[in-house]
Design a protein around this ligand. Sequence first.
Ligand SMILES: [Zn+2]
Length: 432
Amino acid sequence: MVRTETGFSLYRAHLHDSWVDSGGAEHDDEGFGLYDLTVENGRIASITPSVAASEGAENDLRRRVVLPALIDCHTHLDKGHIWPRRPNPDGSFPGALGAVLADRSANWSAEDVEARMEFALKCAYAYGTKAIRTHLDSLPPQETISWPVFEKVRERWKGRIDLQGACLFGIDTGRDEAWFQTLVQRVRQAGGVLGAVTFMVPDIEQLLDMIFRAAIENDLPLDFHADETDALEAVSLRLIAEAAKRNGYEGRILIGHCCSLARQPDDEVLRTLDAVADCNISVVSLPMCNMFLQDRRSDNTTPRWRGVTLLHEMKARGINVCVASDNTRDPFYAYGDLDMIEVYRMATRIIQFDHPVADWPKAALSNPAKAMGLSEDCGRLVEGGPADFLICEGRSWTEILSRPESGRIVVRDGKVIDRALPSYEELDHLME
Ligand SMILES: [Zn+2]
């Protein structure tokens, strides 16, 4: 049994070399080594290789894996869980856009948005997530409703989930520059991230320049939804990288989706990867949402591609790559519960984060932490850092990734938390 009170605890567990600084433990073929991890006053006091012959640890976890608390860098808490009242009519991307627009106009009061955000955060926390970035639909008048709710919820969850908000609007809406500048100030005052959806409008470069100028003037990080389509002509990922260079922007940029890149010819791919690798750009793939929406065919034929971007090629170039949840139970993705272990499991299968696993686990841990600008100890296990981790049921990758890990234990600040998930009934009153 794991002790729940504060004070001193000693865990003997399997740690992976992608989330612990190599402390000299012998690693197996999968990268796991056996370590003794001591926790004192809510922090990790020491991490040392286990000496097999030494006295057994107080909490010998029998080679169960201890995983750092999870980081989810791309979500939509404001859209979450509306599926029962507004399903996607045909499972397509345009179907999702239309359904969300209708639901937002009809139902997204402060109370509605807050209740669904709260529900989603309870789920994420119970699964062991400690930091989340959410996009917030910011088309008028929704920005005046959702941002104050976000700030209130962020404050309420402080210490449990570190919450970041990024505004979201179609880049063409930015043509109304007066409205755009008001939104920039709202985002700045809320300590948020400046974000937009980019697609191939004729004036995309001018609009990107306007966004980069605003980010520089207001010292804001950037976050884009780019090229969530199979269209070969969608190259906004490259245009964002070129705009970053052109404007001399040196802050953090996170770019999600980039689906079309996987469909483009090699010379276009290389040109884009060169431009991206030359900037402070992180890329996040949203494998579950991409599998759901991309290549869905209206003639009931079978999808022929996976929808995800070229993470292997990006990683090989040193680009900071991540995976994240994206939507949960809304018209963009009918499923999901903000469980980053599920995301990593699905990513392993869809994007092949195996043979070898190497340091792919970073894509759900320290890489998103870096993309979000979190402290160095996030997504890793570090001596002196907070004792925020998951004790998995599994002792190896195949054990962790084969079952849902529903019996995982979540430790935050050295204490085991209550992992009860909220009942869906809590949202029934909003679904009429
Ligand atoms: Zn998204």
